[in-house]
Design a protein around this ligand. Sequence first.
Ligand code: FAD
Length: 148
Amino acid sequence: MSSNLHRLVYYSRNLIGGDRDDIAEHIEQILRTSRTNNTRCGVTGALLFNGGCFAQILEGSAAAVSETFERIQCDPRHGEVLVLEFVPTQSRSFPNWSMAFVGADPAGETMFGGISSQSQFDPTRLTADQIFGAMRRLLLEEEGSAAA
Ligand code: FAD
């Protein structure tokens, strides 16, 4: 089973318009749908949103990741979707998250400020490894501060 485990990393441009509340609502809806669908097909991962771009890591069986990504890349809420890697992997890096949201609590006041002010994160300038490493680090930092 683990030999079929794959990881896909991509980034894309945000096409969601409207004000902060509209965007927050869309992000919450994307996360709700992702968590329901991904739990069903055994996909785990993380989604980063910084206002301008998305970066996402999907991990699971090659078939489940491919099917999920087929839907994602047709979604009109983003564009210029660029796959950085789709590779076999030995183990899951986000085993406990059907879809973690990296950056800030979407319902919170600091919704998009967290990630952009912390790191000037621009996924379009990074490699798959750099995106992967940064998302893991930010997620762990957020977990740490939530627990403190
Ligand atoms: P529904 O959620 O019921 O949607 C039905 C259709 O309507 C789909 O074609 C959908 O694209 C479209 N749609 C729904 N809401 C809107 C809207 N507000 N504006 C425009 N079109 C809309 N899905 C996953 O399953 N797993 C993921 O990890 C995942 N990550 C995503 C990451 C990003 C950056 C984006 C933009 C979307 C992501 N999605 C993810 C959502 C995915 O693109 C599909 O919308 C979703 O998988 C369809 O789920 P559903 O069949 O339950 O249909």
